[in-house]
Design a protein around this ligand. Structure first.
Ligand code: FMN
Length: 212
């Protein structure tokens, strides 16, 4: 009897573990070679009109490539596609909001870590078309990582500069993959903080809409 109870608890723990593990997503390798020449992508970079986003799926391979462009490792374990002051690891994080939930991009592991299974696309921005994007990338400053920078204003500036570099990389990767992208500043910061369960001090900076 004792053995049966122990076995039931063991099974319960294993099933909880597999539920958590299944919610994270191991991303396919990003495209890091070939593709559209940079200067062609620069000529094609533009903001998609909100109403133009269709329901067509953005594949995980495409999402992986866009996230890698935003803040992926590009030189071994200590170099990123965007410049980070003082050689620090990225002090802005990217979250992905989709119809099935919210994930945090883990640049070190090329994976998505589940935050929740909520669809928040309709409640984090002022403009109603925002929810039409297949994925919404949310760029957030990381207060703990920024604590390495003593001056508060400089830390805030550095996060904005990083977000600018990240969003331009997203625009260029999207142009190269023939996806639509749009920068969104008019966001509901409190709704985002709560939905993303952000630690104290972390600030949502902007959204990048991604879709076909
Ligand atoms: C700092 C900044 C804030 C923006 N905020 C919004 C926004 O809140 N909503 C929106 O629909 N577009 C927003 N945009 C997108 C601009 O409207 C778009 O980039 C601009 O019309 C130029 O178009 P282009 O990117 O195709 O050159 C923003 C762009 C920037 C650079």
């Amino acid at each position: 009897m004792r053995g049966a109870a122990f076995f039931s608890v063991f099974l319960l723990i294993m099933s909880l573990f597999s539920m958590t593990a299944a919610a994270d997503i191991a991303l396919p390798a990003p495209q890091t070679e070939g593709g559209m020449p940079l200067f062609e992508a620069l000529k094609k970079r533009s903001s998609a009109h909100g109403g133009d986003f269709s329901t067509a799926e953005v594949k995980l391979e495409e999402l992986s490539t866009v996230l890698w462009a935003a803040t992926g490792l590009n030189r071994g374990q200590n170099g990123w596609t965007v410049p980070m002051a003082k050689g620090l690891p990225p002090y802005c994080r990217v979250y992905v909001a989709g119809s099935d939930g919210i994930w945090r991009y883990d640049w070190a592991g090329n994976s998505l870590r589940e935050v929740s299974s909520e669809n928040i696309k309709a409640k984090i921005a002022a403009q109603s078309f925002v929810k039409r994007a297949y994925y919404i990338l949310v760029i957030v400053s990381d207060a703990e990582a920024l604590s390495a920078i003593n001056d508060e204003q400089a830390a805030a500036d550095f996060a904005q500069v990083a977000a600018g570099a990240m969003t331009q990389d997203i625009y260029l990767a999207a142009a190269s993959l023939r996806l639509g992208a749009r920068y969104i500043h008019s966001i509901d910061r409190e709704a985002i903080k709560s939905a993303l369960k952000l630690p104290e001090g972390d600030e949502p900076i902007c959204l990048m809409l991604l879709g076909k």
